[in-house]
Design a protein around this ligand. Structure first.
Ligand SMILES: N[C@@H](CCC(=O)N[C@@H](CS)C(=O)NCC(=O)O)C(=O)O
Length: 203
């Protein structure tokens, strides 16, 4: 299978999941400006929505939307508990967190990166984001991972999204639990491998 990605973007989260899962995969970079892949294919023919991530299988089938891709990856290696088993309450809590990250964090970063967004839109998004981060910092507290004692795909996604803060002056120093959490996830060997593979770390 092949993951289509753009370095440091939301595709970093399924990329972390693939490495934590220990699955074999290829990577192909996509230019979000030209929508061409590194192999000069038209990416909109792979994902007509035009955005990453997209996971393409051997039979040509394609799965899009980060949370769906992460659930699929986790389900390939149930013994690793990257995604809790079907029917458990923990699985619903995982989906609860994935949806929170996608709709309350990820999408509120959008206007902060958009040069065309009016200042008032940016300010409103920043206020919403900060409120969500206040909640998250309090709720997470000193827990090692979002679901408690186990690393799950939600941790790779939260790590990815929190990493955008430094690019748009959302300084994690204001949320001490989140700062410690990010350092913890960022020190995982598979996360470091992922960052290196995307050219985001030297060495
Ligand atoms: N709903 C999608 C959103 C993915 C997304 O926001 N991708 C961004 C990178 S973080 C992108 O490719 N943006 C380019 C575009 O939308 O044209 C998901 O959850 O996977």
């Amino acid at each position: 299978m092949k993951l289509y990605y753009s370095p440091g973007s939301s595709s970093l989260a399924p990329h972390i999941a693939l490495r934590e899962a220990g699955l074999a995969f290829d990577l192909e970079r996509v230019s979000l400006k030209t929508r061409r892949t590194a192999g000069d294919a038209d990416f909109t023919r792979i994902n007509p929505k035009g955005y990453v991530p997209a996971l393409q299988f051997e039979d040509g089938g394609v799965l899009t939307e980060g949370p769906a891709i992460m659930l699929w990856i986790g389900d390939q290696v149930p013994e690793k508990w990257l995604v809790p088993p079907p029917g458990t309450m923990e699985r619903y809590h995982l989906v609860e967190w994935l949806n929170f990250i996608a709709t309350e964090l990820h999408k509120n970063f959008g206007p902060l990166f958009d040069p065309a967004a009016p200042d008032a839109t940016k300010a409103a998004a920043r206020t919403r984001l900060e409120k969500r981060l206040d909640y998250l910092d309090k709720t997470l507290g000193d827990a090692p991972f979002m679901l408690g004692e186990h690393f799950t795909v939600a941790d790779g996604y939260l790590f990815t999204v929190l990493g955008w803060g430094r690019l748009v002056e959302v300084d994690l120093a204001r949320w001490p639990h989140l700062a410690v959490y990010c350092a913890r996830i960022g020190a995982r060997p598979k996360v470091l491998d992922t960052l290196r593979a995307e050219g985001l770390l030297k060495g």
